[in-house]
Structure formats: structure tokens, C-alpha cells
Design a protein around this ligand. Structure first.
Ligand code: SF4
Ligand code: SF4
Length: 233
């Protein structure tokens, strides 16, 4: 019988080989923390033990010239999502071949439209960003995106809920809020609709209305463009 560590290593190697840039595993118990307000993996799979998070870096060529090339930016994001979906599917099948169950969390902002658990609050279904934080992949920025070490907020991610025994990130090795935000706040100035504030609050409707009404469905990305986190030089 394969150990949790060996099976996790196998899944990580498979994910990297298939093209992911990020891989981490969060314990499903972390979603019972009172600081987490979204849907829990256990609501979807009662026997869930962990949430695997995979991510790909977004090519900076589609970000650096925004707001020019918004259609290209949007399409590149969707290509990242599609790539992750294929890889997540392969991992889910790999898990099931080993006798366990796996299901893939909906990715918000997919080409099928926004899949929110709550249409009023625009909160995502199971939070992939929270899962990524618990998996040790990054902290939250003032822009409410996951800030990773290598790519800052320029990543796409998805997650797989599974009952397979895996080696999980025991303690988030970094603070919930990205420390570099304190001296920065560039995303607040860049946002055309003042969607978030320095106190950490966000009005998701402002962002969603801007992208879906003003931009006709194209993604904005200005808060991603200006973020210095993870940029070299
Ligand atoms: S732009 Fe600055 S304040 Fe905003 S998320 Fe990035 S580091 Fe934090
Ligand atoms: S994507 Fe654009 S509108 Fe939405 S929060 Fe970022 S800067 Fe603001």
C-alpha cells in the first residue's frame, strides 16, 4: 500500500509533468476554522480528507500592457483555466485508479460564466484561494487575490477535493495577509471602481459590474498588473 507521502509525491510529480507551476495540499479540517466563511469540502464530499491545489503562472505578456489587449488577457486567463481543468481531470482519474474519490472545484470566471455559491454576496463556491493559503502556496493581498512567492497574483488555480490520504500542509507557513501590502497599496489606486479599501474590505459587485457590464465580459486585471509582488527587479 502506498504511503500518503509517496502518493502525494506521485501526484505532485504528475501535476508538474503535465505543466502546473504550483502544487499544494490543504487538510479539509482547515475549512472548519471560524475565519473561513465559504463552502466546506465536507459539504460536497462527506469523507473529504484534503484539497489539492494546482496552479499555472499567467504569462506576463498578457498583463503588462493592460488595459490594451484586454481580449487577449481574458483569453489567456481562460486558456490557463482550461489547462488546469485538463490537469485536474488527469489527477482526479489517477486518484480514483488508486481506489479513492476525487471531484474538481468549480473555477470562478470560467468560460461558462461565474459559478458563485451565493449570488448575493458573490462568494465563490469552495474557496480555491483559501485552500491555496492553507496549502502554503501564498497569502491574501489587499486585492483579495492569492499572492504567491514566485508569481505574485499572476496565477490561475483550481482545486480537487479528495478522500485520499495525502501529506497535507500542517500549518500555513505564512501570514494570512501578504506583508508587502502594508507599504504598497498600488492596487487600490489602480482599481477604476474602487472595489477594495485599505482596511481589507471588498465590494465584489463593483468589480463584477465593471467587468460584465462596462467591459462586456472582458476581465479587467489592473489590480494584477500593478502588483509588484513576485516580480523580478
Ligand atoms: S498591489 Fe500592493 S497592496 Fe495590492 S496586493 Fe499587490 S502588494 Fe498588496
Ligand atoms: S479586476 Fe479591475 S475592477 Fe476588479 S478589483 Fe481589480 S482593478 Fe478593480
Amino acid at each position: 500500500m502506498t504511503s500518503p507521502e509517496a502518493f502525494t509525491s506521485h501526484l505532485r510529480a504528475t501535476a508538474l509533468e503535465l505543466g502546473t507551476d504550483l502544487f499544494g495540499v490543504a487538510a479539509s479540517g482547515r475549512f472548519l476554522d471560524p475565519q473561513y466563511a465559504g463552502n466546506k469540502p465536507q459539504d460536497i464530499m462527506e469523507t473529504a480528507r484534503s484539497v489539492i491545489v494546482i496552479g499555472v503562472a499567467v504569462p506576463s505578456g498578457c498583463i503588462d500592457h493592460l488595459p490594451k489587449g484586454r481580449a487577449e488577457y481574458t483569453n489567456t486567463l481562460m486558456a490557463g483555466t482550461a489547462t488546469l481543468r485538463v490537469i485536474a481531470y488527469r489527477l482526479a482519474r489517477e486518484i480514483e485508479k488508486s481506489g479513492y474519490k476525487a471531484t474538481i472545484v468549480p473555477t470562478e470566471g470560467s468560460e461558462f460564466g461565474y459559478w458563485y455559491a451565493d449570488r448575493k454576496t458573490l462568494m465563490a463556491d469552495t474557496s480555491i484561494k483559501y485552500a491555496a493559503f492553507c496549502a502554503g502556496l501564498g497569502s491574501f493581498g489587499i486585492n483579495h487575490l492569492l499572492i504567491t512567492d514566485a508569481y505574485g497574483p499572476r496565477v490561475r488555480m483550481t482545486a480537487i477535493i479528495t478522500d485520499a490520504p495525502l501529506s497535507v500542509c500542517e500549518n500555513a507557513p505564512r501570514p494570512l495577509i501578504y506583508e508587502g501590502c502594508r507599504e504598497c497599496m498600488k492596487c487600490i489606486e489602480a482599481c477604476p471602481v474602487t472595489a477594495f479599501k485599505a482596511d481589507g474590505t471588498i465590494d465584489r459587485h463593483r468589480c463584477a459590474e465593471y467587468m460584465f457590464q462596462t467591459l462586456g465580459g472582458l476581465r479587467c486585471g489592473l489590480c494584477v498588473k500593478v502588483c509588484p509582488a513576485g516580480r523580478i527587479g
